[in-house]
Ligand binder design. Structure first.
Ligand code: SF4
Length: 271
């Protein structure tokens, strides 16, 4: 990699961080070179459509509607998923499940229904798809870096005066304890909450499974000062690597659905 360019100008997003941790070469293709994706992974489009449906529902609640229309939220899912199928970049399902667009759409509608029937949906909604930009600080010196942390929180709710950040997930199966404990995203949000002056916020994952009968797994997550320090060390470490032009492939499960896999395979022999 020759371009020592910081991603997205002066912002570094949580999703960029997760992309680099998964595979620095995929990060390079996407954020440094701006390479055109070869396809849109069906699970990605599915997850986006699911998020849109839930955002529609919670946006409705935030606006003061007491009985939001489930059918309208489901239609939002269908519209978003269909738009992805009809978009300029082809949809592709590289999972071994063999699920077609139609099967996944039917499954998604069931998942939206189950997700919105969960008690979580009864909380007071403070914000939906809330974008934040906060200073990034060096974990040792406290120095404010010249690049900011950018993120989008799916949902902020309030119960008995206590604010909670909620992240929606779709998953083939329930999250394991390790997934819940080590995901960097809640740590980033806990850090952002301190910078935003939100005080002691709760963190939740709202996982809805893609199983035949969808299951809602709502988990409270704990992130303390050590986790926040770990997050800052990870973010600063990744930024340092990006600045230095570090890139390498990480072959593994992520390759199957990687949007740059043909390019990566072709480049493999010459890198
Ligand atoms: S195919 Fe695999 S190694 Fe290559 S960029 Fe994608 S995830 Fe990384």
């Amino acid at each position: 990699m020759t371009a020592h360019v910081r991603p997205e100008g002066l912002h570094f997003s949580v999703s960029q961080l997760k992309t680099w941790l998964r595979c620095p070469r995929a990060f390079e293709y996407r954020y440094i070179r701006g390479a055109e994706p070869e396809f849109v992974p069906m699970p990605l489009a599915f997850g986006s459509a699911f998020h849109e449906a839930l955002a529609h529902h919670y946006g409705w609640l935030k606006a003061g509607e007491t009985s939001p229309a489930l059918e309208a939220s489901k239609q939002r899912f269908v519209d978003s998923f269909t738009a992805a199928r009809n978009g300029p970049v082809p949809l592709q399902n590289d999972d071994d499940d063999g699920e077609t667009f139609d099967l996944l759409q039917a499954k998604g509608l069931g998942m939206v229904q189950v997700a919105l029937a969960h008690p979580l949906a009864a909380s007071k909604v403070l914000a939906v798809e809330h974008t934040f930009t906060v200073d990034l600080r060096h974990p040792d010196t406290g120095e404010v870096l010249d690049i900011k942390l950018l993120g989008v929180v799916d949902l902020v709710i309030e119960d008995d005066g206590h604010r909670t950040i909620v992240e929606h997930k779709t998953s083939a199966r329930k999250y394991t304890a390790d997934q819940l404990m080590f995901d960097v995203q809640p740590s980033a949000y806990a850090y952002a909450a301190t910078q935003l002056g939100w005080g002691d916020v709760g963190l939740k994952f709202n996982v809805v499974t893609k199983t035949k009968i969808p299951v809602v797994q709502v988990e409270d997550l704990r992130r303390d000062d050590n986790d926040i320090e770990d997050f800052l060390r990870t973010a600063v470490g990744v930024l340092t690597a990006v600045e230095a032009g570090v890139s390498f492939p990480v072959r593994g499960w992520a390759c199957k659905g990687c949007q740059y896999k043909a390019r990566c395979r072709a480049a493999g022999a010459s890198r």
